[in-house]
Write a protein that binds this ligand. Structure first.
Ligand SMILES: [Zn+2]
Length: 124
């Protein structure tokens, strides 16, 4: 059984054991409001896009028009987005990738991002 009287006696004794100044001093801790550092998919897995890896590059291509998705859709950082675009153009020049459609082989590849929900700073 829980004894209330002993608890009442115990509480002040525990407070006395620790010094009062320690209780009142500010506690050192990490900023709880600190935002998590965002990383794009390619940076997270440390991948540098290459024109020979056209299967990866095809994931940044629209299945309807073959257009290269923009940064607001892919969510890549500026550096990687530029790399992806140049490597896709290289791959297209080497005939690894088509210009106006996505290769049928890669249509069922997992999506790295949702093209239906682009991230934009404005609502248009
Ligand atoms: Zn990045």
């Amino acid at each position: 059984m829980y004894n209330l009287t002993t608890r009442r006696i115990l509480l002040p004794t525990t407070r006395q054991s620790s010094s009062i100044t320690e209780d009142d001093s500010p506690v050192e801790m990490e900023n709880p409001f600190k935002k998590e550092r965002r990383q794009c998919i390619l940076c997270k897995h440390n991948i540098t896009p290459d024109y020979k890896n056209y299967r990866l590059l095809s994931q940044f291509q629209s299945p309807y028009t073959g257009r290269i998705y923009g940064r607001h859709i892919t969510g890549l950082c500026k550096k990687k987005q530029e790399l992806v675009e140049t490597e896709i153009k290289k791959a297209q020049n080497c005939a690894y990738m088509p210009y106006f459609y996505k290769d049928k082989m890669f249509l069922k590849d997992p999506k790295l991002f949702d093209p239906e929900n682009p991230v934009r700073s404005h609502r248009f």
